[in-house]
Design a protein around this ligand. Sequence first.
Ligand SMILES: Nc1ncnc2c1ncn2[C@@H]1O[C@H](COP(=O)(O)OP(=O)(O)OP(=O)(O)O)[C@@H](O)[C@H]1O
Ligand SMILES: [Mg+2]
Length: 356
Amino acid sequence: MQIERLTKRFEPDAQPAVNNVSLAIDRQEFFALLGPSGCGKTTLLRLIAGFETADTGVIAIDGADMAGVPPYRRPVNIMFQNYALFPHMNVARNVGFGLRQERKPRGAVDARVVALLELVKMRALAARRPGQLSGGERQRVALARALAKEPKLLLLDEPLTALDRKLREEMRFELKHIHQRVGITFLMVTHDQEEAMSMASRLAVMNEGRIEQEGSPEHVYENPANRFVAGFLGAVNLFEGKVAGAEAGLLIVDSEAGRLAVAHSPLAAGTAVAVAIRPEKLRFMTARDTTTPNVLPGIVRTIAYRGEASTCQIELASGQLVRGTMSNGDGKAPVFLPGAALSLSFTPDAARLLQS
Ligand SMILES: Nc1ncnc2c1ncn2[C@@H]1O[C@H](COP(=O)(O)OP(=O)(O)OP(=O)(O)O)[C@@H](O)[C@H]1O
Ligand SMILES: [Mg+2]
C-alpha cells in the first residue's frame, strides 16, 4: 500500500488531523502505527478504509488508486477500536456475516467459517453468543470476522487494548502467528510502544497528524530522529547543551551535566543539542572516577523493584533527575540503596545526539 501526501482537515481552520502523510507498506508486512491519543491514527485508518475522504493526497492498494472507490469495494477490512460483534448472533454467524451479505453459497460460507474458527481457536465455542465469551475470546471472533472476506490489507485499530495485561501479552503472540499464517498485510494502530515494538516488522511514530519517523523497531529505538520520538518510544535521559568542539574523533558537548563525549560526525561549535541516553545504557559505578569521560556523580533517590531489573532515579550534582536500570540477574553487580552516592557512566557510542 502506498500513501502519498495525505491531508485531512475536519474543519476549515482546524489543525489537520492527518497532515501530509506519506507511507509505503509492503505486501504481507506487519506494520504498526504508534502515537499519542488524538494524533490522527484512527483518522488515517478511516481514510484508507474509505470512511473518510482526504482533502489532498493519494492512497493506492496493490497499485490501484482508491480515489472514489467506496469502502465495500476496497480490498480492505478494518477491525475497530471497540470491535462491536452482533450480540444476538452466535460466534459462527458473526464470522460468516459478511460472506452471507455477499450471497456466497451456503456450503462455501460454512467451510470458510470453520477454517477461520480453527485459525483463531474458537471452533469449540461456535454456538455461543458474544455475551457468553471472555474479552479475549470476543477479540478472536472479531479478528476472524475481519479476515472472512480475505482482504489484502487488514487495518487493526487498538486491537488489544480492551484486554487485561496478561491476555494482551498472550494475544500479541497469537496475532503475530495468525499474521504469518494468513499472509495478509496488517496495519495495526496502537499507543503502546511495547506492543508496537514486539509485534511489527516496521513501525511509524506519529504526532499531531504527522509521521515523525519510520523504520524497524530496533532502528527507531536506537536512532530516534528527535526528542519526541526518543521520549515516546521508551524512556530516555536528555542532557541539554551546546557543541564545544571535537576531540579524538568524538563530539564534545557542554551540557547541564558537565562535559560529555559522543560518537557523532562534526557539528559547528555552539549548535544547541541534547545528548540522549537510554536508562539501560547507563553503568552504575561505586568509584568516583572523574578522569574518564561521561562520568556523572549522583545520589540514588528512589528504586523501583520490577523483578528482572530495578528502575532507579538518581539525582545528579546539577539537580537533574536521571533514570537508570539496574539488572537483578547478576549477583556480582554492586547493589545500591536509596541515599547511596555513586557514579553513572556511558560510552560515547551509547549516546545519541538530538538537534530537534
Ligand atoms: N469526525 C470528526 N470531526 C471533527 N474532528 C475529528 C473527527 N474525528 C476525529 N477528529 C479529531 O481529529 C484528531 C485525530 O483524531 P483520531 O481519532 O484520529 O486520533 P487517534 O490518534 O486515533 O486517538 P486515540 O488514540 O485516542 O484513538 C483529534 O483531534 C480529533 O478530535
Ligand atoms: Mg483512535
